[in-house]
Write a protein that binds this ligand. Structure first.
Ligand SMILES: [Cu+2]
Length: 463
């Protein structure tokens, strides 16, 4: 739900704007906040120049007011409560009620004024990542401006000179503030609304958190061992799907404000990298891809025609980034029988997790069947169910759902794809190859190893 004030703004923006007098315009723009992680209705411009709005995955775009031809926005840096997936809430810092902050959408050539209020317990500032602007508007605390003290409001003003995909984030105590979820997307639409036009334009930011099972606040000094890899501060199965009607042209804008790169992979379709943080890639310089690596501080806009019906995976290809809340200090237990150990340890150490005897897939059952109870406020490492069983995924994973018919303004979940008869993988019904031998019991392993060590020598001598 959009807050009451937001609702007024969304529903009656044009009406409200015309009724506002000069005195009201002298004050701060109305503060609009959101209290949940649902994908909000697209924000179609009722004032200012026309453009085709973006859909922010599990997020929203910030309404503005026009003041003498200037687009005015109000961002508030504040502690927020973000549901990262059903069953897990994080205490983050963000903007206007959520992390990430709302997407800011403007048009190339717009004069933009952003009021930034600091409700954090420490100083902050905002850097408008990728923009051409006067040096004093660059938002680097100490270098281009004094820090914004708690309780204070600063005003940034510049012209959105270049169309493209940008980000915003603090440039004051960044290590803490970005690790706490302070970031947002910025889209500058082309002056001509019909140039670069697509049917669906999505945006999301990648972030990473280190939140111990049973706790709520990220460890902010973590450099590498994050346990929650997120699209817009959501993790699978909490991430909304991308949807498209068959044949539609789709753009997905991705920003990376984590501490590592993410090779983003789409199933079923090839795409082109049409844009970077530096602007649009000339048509002749684009090449087809199925995975594009998005480095830290980079953004990518990928484009493709969604012409293949189905539910297509869309995810980071680092397999540890499609898992939730995992401990990395687990020994490799493949082939080692550990029946009963999980239950015994679980009683002593509530967040004990072990690697499975046959791999990690058995973790799905373990967590879900509660043979190993999960501590409070965390997520199973691998989760989510599909029409054929467990997906065993987490983190940076969602789907692109392409359907024959889909209303233009539909951005919900159309459910699972019904595969036409005769187009699905099926089980072989004929004769099977010889069954594999039973694994060697753990206690016999040392002797077996000794034998194998000797054996090659003999064989070698014999030949
Ligand atoms: Cu990744």
């Amino acid at each position: 739900m959009v807050s009451r004030r937001a609702f007024l703004q969304f529903s009656g923006a044009a009406l409200a704007m015309s009724a506002v007098n000069k005195a009201a315009l002298a004050g701060l723009p109305e503060l609009v906040t959101i209290d949940n992680a649902d994908t909000q209705k697209l924000l179609y411009p009722e004032t200012g120049r026309p453009y085709h709005p973006v859909a922010t995955l599990n997020g929203w775009s910030l309404p503005w007011r026009m003041n003498n031809g200037v687009k005015e926005f109000h961002l508030v840096a504040e502690p927020v409560r973000r549901e990262m997936a059903p069953g897990m809430v994080a205490h983050l810092w963000g903007y206007n009620g959520q992390s990430p902050g709302p997407t800011i959408e403007v048009v190339e050539g717009d004069r933009v004024r952003i009021f930034v209020t600091n409700r954090l317990p420490e100083i902050t500032s905002i850097h408008w990542h990728g923009q051409r602007l006067p040096n004093g508007m660059d938002g680097v605390s100490g270098l281009t401006q004094p820090p914004i003290e708690p309780g204070k409001t600063y005003v940034y003003e510049f012209e959105a000179k270049r169309a493209g995909t940008f980000m915003y984030h603090p440039h004051a105590d960044e290590m803490t503030q970005v690790a706490m979820g302070m970031m947002g997307m910025w889209v500058t639409h082309p002056k001509n609304p019909n140039s670069m036009k697509v049917d669906r334009d999505y945006a999301f930011l990648m972030s990473a958190y280190d939140i111990d099972p049973g706790s709520y606040t990220p460890r902010t000094n973590t450099m590498l061992e994050f346990n929650l890899w997120a699209f817009n501060s959501r993790v699978f199965p909490g991430i909304a799907p991308f949807v498209a009607k068959q044949g539609e042209k789709v753009r997905i804008r991705i920003g990376n404000l984590t501490m590592t790169n993410h090779p983003i992979h789409l199933h079923g379709h090839e795409f082109e990298v049409a844009g970077t943080g530096g602007g649009w890639v000339p048509k002749a310089a684009r090449w087809p891809e199925v995975t594009t690596d998005v480095g830290v501080g980079q953004s990518r806009a990928i484009e493709f025609i969604a012409n293949e019906l189905g539910d297509w995976s869309f995810h980071c290809h680092k397999s540890h980034h499609t898992m939730n809340a995992m401990g990395h200090q687990v020994p490799n237990m493949i082939g080692v029988s550990q029946r009963g150990i999980a239950e015994q340890f679980g009683k002593l150490v509530p967040d004990y997790m072990q690697m499975g005897e046959t791999g990690m897939a058995e973790m799905v059952d373990m967590a879900e069947m509660m043979s190993m109870p999960l501590p409070e406020n965390t997520l199973p490492m691998m989760a989510g169910n599909g029409p054929f069983g467990a997906l065993a995924m987490g983190g940076m994973f969602t789907t692109l759902k392409v359907r024959k018919d889909l209303p233009k303004d539909f951005y919900g979940d159309p459910g699972f794809y019904q595969q036409p008869k005769g187009t699905s993988a099926y089980e072989w019904a004929g004769a099977l190859p010889e069954a594999p031998q039973a694994p060697v019991p753990a206690k016999e392993t040392p002797a077996a190893v000794e034998l194998q060590v000797k054996k090659p020598g003999h064989e070698h001598a014999g030949h």
